[in-house]
Unconditional design. Structure first.
Length: 209
């Protein structure tokens, strides 16, 4: 098991530098290959239709989507009508090492922070039936300022940085904490062509039989 760093939040574990330089490059190549099969798109908020500041895609049998009626999971990419590309094996290996869960992930949400003001507001990952499974987050590219709060949107929060190659596990008592990305620090990594940050979140959606 890789060396982890305890955070002040029970159930949230950080593995700084989980992927070394060669591991980051190998995973980036696998991700970019998957993104050639299905082009990333910019989601819109369910009620207002306002476009997000990031681009998004999914890998796996299920993809997380933002639709006019709300958030949820879908087997097909509504932008193309095709199934999502499979989750790269390198990501499945990371899940097997850190998730401590008896079933594989069914979704890998790919968030592309590819604009100077890309961010992610405080939110909870609560659209899954398998809330006993953690969310495993892998960072590639520019460092971000990641914020974790409480169980209500207005609760006190704190922030810390996630760098390229870091893996963060959100589970247990903190599975439903609010969290988000305040900002991305441009030029803090040269990994991603053209700059920016790629965040990969592995999720188990349905409860195992």
């Amino acid at each position: 098991m890789r060396k982890s760093v305890e955070t002040e939040f029970e159930g949230i574990t950080l593995y700084p530098g989980f992927l070394d330089g060669s591991g980051q490059r190998a995973l980036l190549a696998a991700v970019l290959e998957g993104l050639t099969a299905e082009k990333p798109y910019r989601p819109r908020m369910p009620r207002t239709g306002k476009p997000w500041s990031i681009h998004q895609m999914n890998f796996g049998p299920l993809g997380w989507v933002s639709q006019p009626e709300g958030y949820g999971y879908a087997e097909l990419n509504e932008a193309s009508g095709r199934p999502w590309p499979p989750i790269p094996p390198l990501l499945l290996d990371i899940w097997a090492e850190v998730a401590n869960y008896p079933a594989p992930p069914e979704c890998c949400l790919v968030n592309l922070y590819d604009a100077p003001k890309s961010r992610m507001g405080l939110h909870r990952d609560e659209d899954e039936a398998a809330l006993d499974a953690p969310v495993v987050s892998i960072s590639l590219g520019d460092t971000c300022v990641f914020r974790v709060g409480g169980f209500a949107r207005g609760d006190k929060s704190r922030s810390f940085r996630l760098a390229s190659g870091d893996v963060l596990v959100l589970g247990g008592a903190s599975r439903l904490r609010y969290h988000g990305v305040d900002r991305v620090i441009p030029g803090s990594s040269t990994l991603v062509p053209g700059g920016g940050r790629i965040n990969l979140t592995l999720r188990r959606v349905t409860k195992p039989a």
